[in-house]
Design a protein around this ligand. Sequence first.
Ligand code: SF4
Ligand code: SF4
Ligand code: FES
Length: 243
Amino acid sequence: MKLKIKRFCHHRTPEKSTLVEYDVPLEKCTLLEALYFIKEQIDPTLTFASGCRSEVCGSCAVRVNEKEQLACGYKPKEGDTIEALSKTEIIKDLVVDHEASLKTLQRVKSWLDKPAPPQTVSAEDEKGIEKQTDCILCASCFSACPVLEADAEFLGPFALTRAYRYVNDPRCTEPKTRIDTVQEKGIWDCTLCGECTAVCPQGIDPKTDILMLRTKSVQYGYTDPSFAAGGDDMFGGGFDPGF
Ligand code: SF4
Ligand code: SF4
Ligand code: FES
């Protein structure tokens, strides 16, 4: 089976990637097994990330034929093209720097800030947050999101899904602060294209979570800025209708 891998070394060939073809004589293997075969038998300089090898840790996400996949879960096919995740800086070959994408979690205050009653989460409450809690931070959704292509400051899908998870957690004492964090470069900038949902290996649905955050935001007094812009136009820009 022939696999093409986009090789990139910032120090040796800055701004330039090279597509290299490898012949992997394995059958019914995962892409991660194929990458290890290449590294151990053909080219020890090939660089990629992995951890659990069982679709749990999220460290091996790559793009296969321009679609995000976990290398340890994907079964490669003849002629597949493998490259690093998008929207993040490539360190080398298939390894990217996740620091910038993970900082979006700080922007949405992805934590419980004050322990306060209720300290326990009922089974029913848990149902509302358990799917989002399954996120393994593989950044596949971040890589697939077209809004991040145009605006690197956009919060991106997994941070917004986390925000929704904390807003819905009965132990979160300040849900409004989370709602505040997702207004700028967040829920209203999303085009609801669903690319994030389509690539998530955990079956998480950031698009729906973003829609739910919009509904919650309206309940907290926020308005869709596109409606506000429409209102200005309706009244001739600067005109104050007096209500
Ligand atoms: S639905 Fe929104 S967050 Fe998800 S990929 Fe599309 S634009 Fe990005
Ligand atoms: S939401 Fe899904 S695709 Fe996005 S980081 Fe979490 S597990 Fe990965
Ligand atoms: S190695 Fe952990 S998810 Fe693939």
